[in-house]
Design a protein around this ligand. Structure first.
Ligand code: C6P
Length: 412
């Protein structure tokens, strides 16, 4: 890492504040990350100097705004190793990207009797669009189960994906258990049966190197706000030959070729899928976030998170009365760790941790079928990012031990 951890933390002023009289320990990065000053400045500078609508005007500001917006698209393309910027569509976020695929490709290609296959660990954003599509079309929605340690059960995947399968939709990394799925192998399996694979990269792109060509996924969705960028901007990657054949998602300005009173033609990719005025500042902010991640190096980001997990996971597993869900080996984990402390409700636990300045999320994490599968109502979840320190990991462990003592859980 070129920058020291102190230099990195200086880039994120929000992290230096005190909460409940303690230095903030921000461990809710799976929900949303913080933004470095460079991203905030880029957005501010866009509004202060270049703001105009894109692809519409010929005046200087409009040309500057358009060139900034398209430069951001190129940064995304390079970051995810897509071949062509035509395959990079700006959306509102991961949820929007997944809904786009269901409403266009899904609507066009799924019929009664077909199958859609997802996994039981999907976030609702990669579940409900397929569930509702299946209901509408009279198709069957099938779920791939998990191994006892929370990994995708590949034997079950091989059983569930059949010649009737039209779409396989799978998270690349679980937002609950920190499991990474073998997306490339599942893509191969899907393709053998003539199905497409939709990858949900919300918890992967910010944390590890992803390569669209290597993974050979057909579609891939992610959000900017989980990777240092503003909210309200996301990406859908899609293979060009598929996107070309798909109908538009929404109709309106800028997505058209020509419009007559009774008919319309569509703009070329990616604009066919970008109807109306887009989140221009958000896209530019995403470009700045990618610049920042590149200065750290995405491989170093992954290495740093792995160091933190190696430090914290054994400590958590050693707390009597604390249960960690999913893989128990650090090497099989992203920086997302879910747990419960005895019978304490996770909301009470999260509140106790907040009193110590430690921010974690508690609840079902928008994965109710997974909670059901695990026999749980909810969990507490700590999620690390590269700007977290070893001291942050220690503060989590100490705060959990204090909560355990306070609520008299397990042996004290
Ligand atoms: N998960 C979490 O705390 P949006 O909300 O569109 O940016 O991302 C949706 C989404 C899709 N897939 C996965 C795997 C996700 O983790 C998320 C967002 C957050 O876990 C908010 S619920």
């Amino acid at each position: 890492m070129v920058k020291s951890i102190n230099q990195i933390r200086d880039d994120f002023p929000i992290l230096s504040q005190r909460v409940n009289d303690e230095r903030l320990v921000y461990l809710d990065n799976a929900a949303t990350t913080q933004r470095p000053t460079s991203v905030l400045n880029q957005v501010l500078s866009f509004y202060q100097t270049d703001n105009a609508n894109v692809h519409r005007g010929v005046h200087t500001l409009a040309e500057r705004a358009t060139s900034d917006y398209e430069a951001a698209r190129e940064k995304v393309r390079k970051f995810i190793h897509a071949t062509d910027t035509a395959e990079v569509i700006f959306t509102k976020g991961c949820t929007d990207s997944l809904n786009l695929v269901a409403a266009t490709y899904g609507e066009q290609n799924v019929s009664a009797g077909d199958e859609i296959v997802i996994s039981i660990m999907e976030h609702h954003s990669n579940l409900i669009p397929w569930q509702q599509l299946a209901k509408k079309k009279g198709a069957t929605l099938k779920y791939i189960g998990l191994t006892p340690d929370g990994q995708l059960d590949m034997a079950d995947a091989a059983n569930k994906i059949t010649d009737r399968t039209k779409i396989v939709a799978l998270t690349h990394a679980s937002n609950v258990m920190g499991t990474v799925t073998p997306l490339k192998e599942v893509a191969k399996l899907a393709h053998q049966h003539g199905a497409v694979l939709v990858g949900d990269g919300a918890q992967a792109v910010p944390h590890m190197q992803v390569n669209m060509q290597e993974l050979d996924v057909d579609f891939y969705a992610f959000s900017g706000h989980k990777m240092l960028a503003p909210t309200g901007i996301g990406v859908l990657y899609g293979k060009r030959e598929l996107l070309d054949r798909m109908p538009p998602y929404q109709y309106g300005g800028e997505m058209i070729g020509t419009v007559t009173e009774q008919d319309s033609t569509w703009a070329p990719l990616p604009y066919k899928f970008e109807a109306g005025t887009q989140n221009i500042a958000g896209a530019i902010g995403l470009g700045a976030a990618i610049d920042y991640l590149n200065t750290i190096g995405i491989k170093q980001v992954a290495t740093r998170e792995q160091e933190l997990v190696k430090l914290v996971l054994p400590e958590l597993l050693a707390i009597d009365g604390l249960t960690v869900y999913g893989p128990q080996e650090p090497e099989r984990h992203t920086g997302v760790i879910s747990f419960n402390l005895g019978n304490l409700h996770p909301h009470d636990l999260a509140t106790a941790l907040d009193m110590e300045g430690v921010a974690v999320r508690a609840g079902h994490h928008c994965a109710q079928p997974l909670m059901n599968y695990l026999g749980l109502e909810a969990t507490a979840r700590a999620s690390f990012y590269f700007y977290n320190t070893n001291e942050d990991a220690k503060r989590l462990v100490d705060a959990l031990k204090e909560a355990k003592e306070f609520f008299r859980i397990g042996t004290i």
